[in-house]
Design a protein around this ligand. Structure first.
Ligand code: FVH
Length: 282
């Protein structure tokens, strides 16, 4: 079966993993990177190195872009705009929903189709079970180039609005970073009494988080959970803030922990949170 040719723009940690996956699956792969030397070993494995972005874009019907951020993508695509006509740009660069919508418009203005994507994986996961890419924008591109996209990760098309994938991606990353920030603070708190932060995370925190994971879906619902009422949770969170201060750790950011249990629609709870935050953080 003839394999669709693919271009990959950007050979950072993630772009390289994407190019390796398309190459391994037998798709003729053209690559471009600002630092051209990063393409050397891919060329040894059969990739074609393009000298310019325009040459790379012109080499394949599907162009996968994965660079640092959206301003960088705009900067490199601008001189190659004319080469886009009739192709599909699959933009897997992290960005905001509005950036994705603007990119979709710009790409359409140059006669090309647009699919935005948010990669829910780290580079070693690409091409492996468990990797997921959220897509939005052209459903037609998603369906037409499924054989290429499926070698990268499982794909989930969220809808026609090009901004959807970025929004879901950032929402998921926000949840992840909130957890990481909580973990760093927890480890720092344990270190104040001589505890080994790495062992604490491995032996205590990870099992604890796994145990409470089933409660996560309920945490997005409005209302007062019967077995862990909001009034009780507010006091526990205030105590985390007070304990942090007692142990000499900055606690200001922890006030945000109060927000998830204080739906803004409930003026009573919002007032309580404000007073509690004033009390503990002032
Ligand atoms: N790596 C990860 O874990 C995450 C997983 C989820 C998705 N993200 C997003 O993927 C985009 C690329 O991330 P990356 O990991 O490949 O990032 P780097 O290794 O830092 O590579 C950056 C590439 O961007 C190129 N670049 C940077 N500035 C410019 C510029 N001014 N002009 C042209 N290219 C530029 C850089 O080129 P070079 O430094 O090698 O010459 C790399 O190709 C990103 O949106 C993540 O959020 C990754």
């Amino acid at each position: 079966m003839t394999k669709t040719a693919v271009t990959v723009l950007g050979l950072g940690a993630m772009g390289r993993a994407l190019a390796e996956a398309t190459l391994a699956a037998g798709h003729p792969t053209t690559v471009w990177n600002r630092s051209a030397d990063k393409a050397a070993d891919l060329v040894d494995r059969g990739a074609v190195r393009a000298a310019t972005v325009a040459e790379a874009v012109g080499a394949a019907p599907v162009v996968i872009a994965c660079v640092l951020d959206q301003p960088v993508l705009c900067e490199i695509l601008d001189p190659a705009a004319d080469a886009l006509a009739g192709r599909a740009l699959v933009n897997l660069t992290n960005g905001t929903p509005d950036e994705a919508r603007r990119m979709a418009e710009w790409v359409a203005g140059h006669g090309a189709d647009y699919l935005d994507g948010g990669i829910m994986a780290v580079p070693p996961m690409i091409g492996e079970p468990g990797a997921l890419i959220l897509y939005s924008g052209s459903r037609e591109v998603f369906d037409r180039h499924r054989t290429v996209l499926d070698v990268l990760a499982e794909g989930d098309h969220l809808g026609a609005d090009p901004g959807l994938a970025a929004l879901y991606d950032l929402a998921l990353l926000g949840g992840m970073y909130g957890m990481f920030a909580g973990a760093r603070h927890a480890a720092a708190l344990v270190a104040t009494v001589g505890g080994d932060p790495v062992r604490f995370v491995e032996q205590r925190l990870v099992p604890w988080l796994n145990a409470v994971m089933p409660a996560l879906s309920g945490s997005a619902e409005a209302g007062d959970p019967a077995d862990s009422p909001v009034a009780m949770q507010r006091i526990a969170i205030a105590n985390i803030i007070r304990a942090s201060r007692e142990q000499g750790l900055p606690a200001d950011l922890l006030a945000h922990l109060l927000a998830p249990i204080a739906p803004p629609t409930d003026p009573q709870i919002t007032d309580d949170v404000r007073r509690l935050a004033d009390l503990t953080i002032g």
